[in-house]
Ligand binder design. Structure first.
Ligand SMILES: Cc1ncc(COP(=O)(O)O)c(C=O)c1O
Length: 384
């Protein structure tokens, strides 16, 4: 049986891989439930769309797409270097920050190594690791869904083959964060383990949305510790999730290795020019952040009025306790809303079956989605 023989040659860690499960697409939902209007609050995208400046630059760039893109990403790195006040040599570009994580694991780990993260941390790290035959060790969450950095340090100390630690700040899907004091202590301790060889990868996908004054800027840590790597993305506040642009900030030496192993043209022409334009559109970022604050406040007040508990979030999404609010698991509330044209995100795969994640939408989307939830809430009271 040649197909069975071929299949048996695929490494077990690939055969057993549970791939990333993306938010349900709008069109698919429209088809499935014969709905005209569907609201997607499932993938933490910017509901305002891309910046107008990015749209103009991307449109202009289309006629250049018969040529290969600039493999060095010169202009985007130059713009980012100025924006962040880091050397261009410290920047690596990725097809989304997902690819930066993938490059890090490929460059820094070998089969049988480990990465460390927390339970309910963004799932991409575990998947990127498993693809390379690298296992993930997870520290337990605290009862208020926060990371336990001391437990992470313990995992690093006890396992010689831990090569890197992934810390999303804030985390998706919990929306919780590690404070300046906690991160400072953690990085100081980590720098002393195995001569500072273990990388601390700080994923700041939602940095622009952050309002908590004790959620730290990661750049001073990067300047202090050579084992700190920062990941950022254009998929969130910059509204370019569909273009796939992310980047990493690391020492020029590490960046050199990441650059060696990436495919030469991992960034396409519209992505490169769209990101430069989006970065320059400060007014759009400001408007997007303000819209998110307004939307978040509206969600918090609406949930409080319905007596549905939620976890305060530093991102453009928040996690609700469906079990306590509706007396049903998150997946049941998800399904009921889906049938009524609102797509949320179930988080069972994170071990949070009692919860459901809601991305903040436009004012109109938020109002409509709250109406659907309120309808469900009334039904759940009537059913008790
Ligand atoms: C914590 C976190 N990091 C990274 C990403 C993905 O970023 P990208 O689209 O740049 O691959 C997400 C997307 O949801 C995220 O929540």
């Amino acid at each position: 049986m040649p197909t069975e023989i071929i299949q048996s040659q695929v490494p077990e860690y690939i055969r057993k891989l549970v791939p990333y499960s993306p938010g349900k697409p709008i069109e698919e939902t429209q088809r499935e439930f014969k709905l005209k209007r569907v609201i997607k609050l499932a993938s933490n995208e910017n509901p305002l769309g891309p910046s107008p400046k990015a749209i103009a630059a991307i449109t202009r760039s289309i006629k250049e797409t018969y040529r290969y893109p600039d493999a060095s990403g010169y202009w985007l790195k130059k713009a980012l270097a100025t924006h962040l006040d880091v050397e261009a040599r410290s920047l690596v570009l990725g097809n989304g920050s997902d690819e930066v994580g993938d490059l890090l694991v490929r460059a820094y780990c070998v089969l049988g190594d480990f990465i460390v993260t927390s339970q309910a941390a963004f799932s991409a790290y575990r998947i990127r690791a498993q693809v390379q035959g690298v296992k993930t060790l997870e520290s337990p969450l605290t009862s208020d869904l926060r990371f336990d950095l001391d437990a992470m340090l313990k995992l690093v100390r006890e396992n010689e083959r831990v090569r890197m630690v992934f810390i999303p700040n804030p985390n998706n899907p919990t929306g919780t964060y590690v404070t300046e004091k906690e991160l400072g202590r953690f990085l100081e301790s980590l720098s002393k383990i195995r001569g500072g060889a273990v990388l601390a990868v700080l994923d700041y996908a939602y940095w622009e949305y952050v309002s908590a004054s004790d959620l730290p800027d990661p750049l001073p840590f990067f300047r202090k510790y050579p084992n700190v790597v920062i990941m950022r993305t254009f998929s969130k506040v910059y509204g370019l999730a569909g273009l796939r642009v992310g980047y990493g900030i690391a020492t020029p030496e590490l960046v050199g290795n990441l650059d060696k192993i990436r495919t030469p043209f991992n960034m396409n022409i519209p992505a490169l020019v769209g990101a430069v334009a989006a970065l320059s559109d400060r007014a759009f970022v400001k408007k997007s952040v303000a819209s998110n604050r307004r939307g978040m406040k509206f969600w918090e007040e609406s949930l409080e009025a319905m007596d549905v508990p939620y976890w305060p979030s530093q991102g453009n999404f928040l996690l609700i306790d469906a079990k306590r609010g509706f007396g049903k698991p998150g997946s049941a509330v998800y399904q009921a809303c889906l049938e009524r044209g609102v797509i949320f995100r179930p988080v069972d795969a994170y071990g949070l079956g009692h919860a459901l994640r809601i991305s903040v939408g436009t004012d109109q989307e938020n109002r409509e989605a709250v109406r659907v939830l309120r309808d469900l809430f009334v039904k759940s009271i009537e059913g008790r």
